[in-house]
Design a protein around this ligand. Structure first.
Ligand code: FPP
Length: 245
């Protein structure tokens, strides 16, 4: 039996890790393989990481699967990324459901093919009652676009008289985002050595610790996740205050 964590331990234990899974293309290029094989290997890394996150006691894992900017890639690569979402849900949904994982898919739904919308609905509905672990996949997602969509819905509610402008606070606004009900990420990891957020969780990452790892996403594993968590544990989070020390 594991001893109860002290409150100091708890302060250094993240609940929610979000990951920008970068470097699939470079991983494939190093092997002189097509980029799509890097993405395919990226799905294996995602599988490993979901398992590792549960083993390490996290409650939430949020990953960036397809950004609103990824539409600029060649059509074959875009199609391959959509195929990988289809494959992932087809192959893994029952196992995730049996393991108590709740799956959410955030991002813009408009413009997605009907079969992708069905897959998203199926994954969310099949796991809606689960609560042991939360996997959120950002797909056709952009942080700025999410904030604009939230602002639009809020404006509609204001016009309809459901909310008064004086009542709008950061908490109220967060309730209009795709991530409503989810805690903010404690850590945002980006793999592959790039040092950017690239439009990922712009609102939610306000106080997240950013951890940049040199590993390419297809090589990511439990040890890399542990490394990010131990880096987080060494940082002093003050949320704008002066901290306790
Ligand atoms: C960035 O690497 C990665 C992506 C654009 C896609 C991430 C997708 C996966 C890991 C596949 C799993 C996804 C789902 C939804 C199941 P990159 O192509 O930009 O790499 P590069 O910078 O080395 O070219």
């Amino acid at each position: 039996m594991v001893a109860a964590a002290s409150s100091e331990d708890a302060a250094h234990t993240p609940r929610h890790v979000a990951i920008i899974m970068d470097g699939n293309g470079r991983w494939a290029r190093q092997r002189m393989w097509p980029r799509t094989l890097g993405h395919r290997e990226g799905v294996e890394a995602l599988r490993r990481t979901v398992d590792a996150a549960g083993e390490l006691g996290l409650d939430h894992l949020t990953v960036f699967g397809f950004s609103t900017e990824n539409w600029r890639r060649p059509r074959d690569e875009v199609n391959a990324l959509f195929d990988l979402l289809r494959l992932y849900v087809d192959r893994d949904l029952e196992r995730l459901a049996a393991d108590g994982v709740r799956v959410r898919i955030i991002g813009e739904r408009e413009g997605l093919a009907p079969d992708i919308l069905d897959i998203i609905d199926r994954a969310e509905a099949r796991t809606a009652q689960n609560a042991s672990f939360n996997l959120t996949i950002a797909f056709n997602y952009g942080g700025q676009q999410e904030i604009v969509r939230a602002a639009r819905r809020l404006a509609e509610d204001a016009i309809a008289g459901k909310i008064c402008p004086d009542e709008i606070s950061a908490d109220v606004f967060a309730g209009y985002l795709d991530t409503r009900g989810l805690p903010a990420p404690d850590i945002v990891i980006r793999t592959s050595g790039e040092l950017r957020l690239s439009n990922f969780l712009l609102w939610q990452a306000a106080y997240s610790e950013l951890v940049f790892l040199d590993v390419l996403w297809p090589d990511f594993d439990k040890a890399a996740l542990e490394k990010a968590i131990s880096e987080f544990a060494q940082r002093g989070r003050r949320f704008g205050g002066l901290g306790g020390a």
